[in-house]
Design a binder for this molecule. Structure first.
Ligand SMILES: Nc1nc2c(ncn2[C@@H]2O[C@H](COP(=O)(O)OP(=O)(O)OP(=O)(O)O)[C@@H](O)[C@H]2O)c(=O)[nH]1
Ligand SMILES: [Mg+2]
Length: 419
């Protein structure tokens, strides 16, 4: 067993991309390189072609395709990875010209996720995403399945089942959906219980490899897997974190993000990411030593907005500051907290910032404001949440959600709850 493991050299991969100007192709390719490495293959080279749009037959043009094919032959390439989504036809054409197994960015990411999923929910999510991606790619005769002989792009819980027909896959998809719904229901119950018990949640989100798990460990001694590889964390982990003020919050570690995260994955991990987006406070962690730090923060922020994080405090956290020689080299981000999860620098300031952003307990009150108190009414509209208002003969009758400061200001006019 061990011998065969040793004999197995990493798959040699050639990366290919089409630069249509739609996104930063170079940065995306650099990331693909890391993804290939994370999947356990050896990236041996990359070829990019500038063209207005991908070729319908082979993605890159026919001349470039010939170049790729001869590169594969000369350099003993086992795997071609395209940085864009390929149609079943494109995959078939590229494979027949190059004689090398071909996958696209989505299949690669799905593969990494498949090899990392640990929890039953993570496994279900990955399998569902893989099957959904496969289904329209099966071709009428199911020919594209024949290439699933193993290797990157073929691993995962669904591996053996992929050999069966579409109907079977559809049946499996609906079964997975049912199981996931069950898991989600259970998680919803836990979340509601937390809410009911007034547990405040703080989520660590951000690009993969930013150091979220390392930070989690530094803050809570959680012993979460933290590694220099992409997508080290796939399953959300929650740990109690005691703040200096004495309050305890629930810290949640989450799956890392990548640029152009495939749609199927956003969908598959929606509930997991949603858990992060609905936390009371969100720490948007980035690797400050990366030249892409600002972009990473923005990508995360956009995704959070898509998931409906509306109104929640998001604290940008610049991690790995120990790797940045001078403060001038740090991205300029106003309220960002600068830390090093590794050395512990700045963690106090981070805890302080979490405390400052703790949700304030609000109370629902009914008020009767005399018309002379127009100033208070304006303040309530600005700082509180008005749920109902009605002009009566005695004054302005309001139902509002107020924080302790506001409550103090209006206490003379509260008609419900009675003291
Ligand atoms: N120098 C330095 N390295 C760090 C710091 N924080 C984390 N790292 C390293 O960065 C790598 C990635 O750390 P993780 O904590 O696994 O990153 P992550 O954000 O959880 O990654 P995913 O789980 O893939 O999303 C590891 O090799 C860590 O040792 C830091 O403050 N300074
Ligand atoms: Mg992690």
């Amino acid at each position: 067993m061990e011998n065969t493991e040793k004999e197995k050299r990493p798959e040699r991969a050639l990366l290919a991309a089409v630069d249509t100007g739609e996104y930063d192709a170079e940065a995306s390719l650099a990331e693909l390189y890391e993804l290939v490495r994370s999947a356990g293959a050896e990236p041996c080279g990359a070829m990019t072609q500038k063209r207005p749009s991908p070729d319908t037959a082979t993605c890159v043009g026919s001349g470039m395709m010939e170049e790729i094919a001869s590169y594969c032959k000369n350099y003993d390439i086992d795997l071609l990875v395209f940085d864009c989504e390929l149609s079943p036809t494109q995959i078939r054409n590229i494979e027949s010209i190059s004689d090398v197994r071909t996958i696209d960015r989505t299949m690669l990411i799905l593969d990494i996720f498949a090899s990392r999923a640990r929890s039953s929910e993570g496994k279900l999510q990955v399998e569902l995403a893989q099957l959904k991606y496969m289904l329209p790619r099966l071709g009428g005769k199911g020919t594209s399945l024949s290439r699933l002989g193993g290797g990157i792009g073929t691993r995962g819980p669904g591996e053996t089942k992929l050999e069966t027909d579409r109907r079977h896959i559809r049946r499996r998809i609906s079964k997975l959906k049912e199981q996931l719904e069950e898991v989600e229901k259970r998680r919803g119950q836990i979340q509601r219980r937390r809410q009911k018990n007034g547990v405040i949640t703080v989520a660590l989100v951000g690009y993969t490899n930013a150091g979220k798990s390392t930070l989690m460990n530094a803050l809570t001694q959680a012993g979460v897997l933290a590694k220099d590889m992409l997508f080290a964390t796939l399953d959300p982990t929650a740990r109690a974190l005691k703040l200096p003020c004495g309050k305890t919050v629930m810290l949640i570690d989450t799956v890392g993000l990548v640029r152009r995260l495939p749609h199927h994955l956003v969908e598959a991990f929606h509930s997991t990411l949603e858990q992060a987006a609905t936390a009371d406070i969100i720490l948007n962690v980035c690797d400050a030593s990366s030249s892409e730090a600002q972009v990473h923060l923005d990508v995360t922020r956009t995704l959070l907005a898509e998931l409906g994080c509306g109104g929640r405090p998001i604290i940008p956290v610049l991690n790995k500051c120990d790797l940045v020689p001078s403060l001038h080299d740090l991205p300029m981000i106003g309220n960002a907290v600068r830390i090093s999860a590794k050395t512990g620098r700045g963690l106090d300031a981070l805890l302080e910032s979490i405390e400052e952003n703790l949700p304030v307990k609000t109370t629902r009150v009914e008020l009767l404001l005399p018309f002379a108190q127009g100033g208070l009414a304006a303040k309530l509209r600005k700082d509180g949440t008005i749920l109902q208002e009605e002009y009566t003969a005695d004054g302005l009758k309001l139902t509002a959600q107020v924080d302790p400061v506001l409550l103090h200001l209006v206490q003379d006019y509260v008609i419900f709850p009675h003291e």
